[in-house]
Design a binder for this molecule. Structure first.
Ligand code: PSU
Ligand code: MN
Length: 307
């Protein structure tokens, strides 16, 4: 099964895949660049536990010493969390040099999908995806995550997209690429910190079994696209839209004034929003990741039942 010579699959993950037991992939940029230390490491370890409690095996993806890893040890997670933004943020275009040079790297949604697919993992849980940035009509800043969703058959469970992005354009892009956007128990795209965005999704599905059945059909038809499952943050952890939208507007304005661009944009905005909201956004962020881990583990279980 371990066909790719650049890939190491953790023994527990390899065994689960061989036995048709559920596995959930997790990204590492959320650990290194998406949250501060030590909450990043605490969150990642708790996510692993939640996935286990829901009957699946966690497989955090990263690049260590130039090796693609599907499944990290707790010590490796601690290392990436402590190193933070000193570790390279690795999207699709960064892979060749990082691997050839034997570097360490934290994988974005795009790269985690690539490695998950190489390993044979079908379901991936995260917080938020990259998308079409506000002002992309002049900057052309569109995350490689969207292209990956258009070409790599992995299900990504997220809490929707943050309004650091242009949500309307992000949905248009996904439509063009043929990516199904599922609302879990909702007809509206969740906006990460809040349950609503004002934008509709393609389909509402209400159980892990329904989500698994849709993905199973997609794969059964040989469609090569991914699937985006958007899972609203639990009500009790959602933020006041006025507060969070003001923080996001301020962060976006500051990024523009400072000329932040390229791969630095998303990490800059995430850190800024956390500073402005005094940590409230971090608490919400952590809770929505837990919620996505639960749904992903249950859906992975249903997929295994389908074969
Ligand atoms: N959005 C979040 N949290 C994150 C990210 C995005 O709410 O941690 C990270 C993910 O790793 C995602 C990446 O794949 O940022 C997107 O970066 P870019 O926009 O540069 O493609
Ligand atoms: Mn970008």
């Amino acid at each position: 099964m371990n066909m790719n010579r650049y890939l190491d699959i953790a023994p527990e993950v390899a065994q689960a895949l061989k036995d048709n037991k559920p596995v959930v992939a997790l990204e590492s940029t959320i650990i290194s660049h998406g949250m501060p230390y030590p909450q990043n490491v605490e969150t990642a370890l708790k996510v692993n536990q939640i996935i286990r409690d829901n009957g699946a095996v966690p497989a955090t993806v990263a690049i260590i010493g130039g090796r693609l890893k599907a499944g990290l040890s707790d010590a490796e997670i601690e290392y990436l969390g402590k190193a933070g933004s000193k570790v390279s943020k690795v999207s699709r275009r960064d892979l060749p040099v990082v691997v050839a040079k034997g570097m360490d790297g934290a994988t974005t949604v795009a790269t985690t999908m690539i490695v998950a697919h190489m390993a044979g993992i079908r379901v991936f849980a995260t917080g938020g995806i990259g998308g079409v940035h506000r002002g992309a009509e002049t900057t052309m800043d569109i995350s490689a995550d969207l292209e990956e969703l258009g070409q790599t058959p992995v299900m990504v469970v997220c809490a929707g997209a943050k309004s650091i992005l242009d949500l309307g354009l992000t949905l248009e892009y996904l439509e063009t690429k043929g990516v199904p956007v599922i609302g879990y128990g909702t007809k509206e795209l969740p906006a990460f910190y809040t349950r609503k965005s004002g934008f509709g999704v393609d389909y509402e599905l209400d159980t892990p079994a329904e989500v698994a059945a849709a993905f199973h059909a997609q794969r059964g038809m040989g469609l090569k696209t991914g699937m985006l499952v958007t899972n609203p943050i639990p009500e009790e952890f959602s933020m006041d839209p006025a507060v969070i939208n003001k923080a996001i507007d301020e962060a976006v304005a500051e990024a523009k004034a400072k000329g932040i661009h390229g791969k630095d944009t998303t990490p800059f905005l995430l850190a800024k929003i956390k500073d402005i909201t005094g940590g409230d956004s971090l608490d919400s962020n952590i809770q929505l990741v837990f919620n996505n881990a639960r749904l992903a583990a249950q859906t992975a279980g249903e997929l295994c039942r389908l074969g």
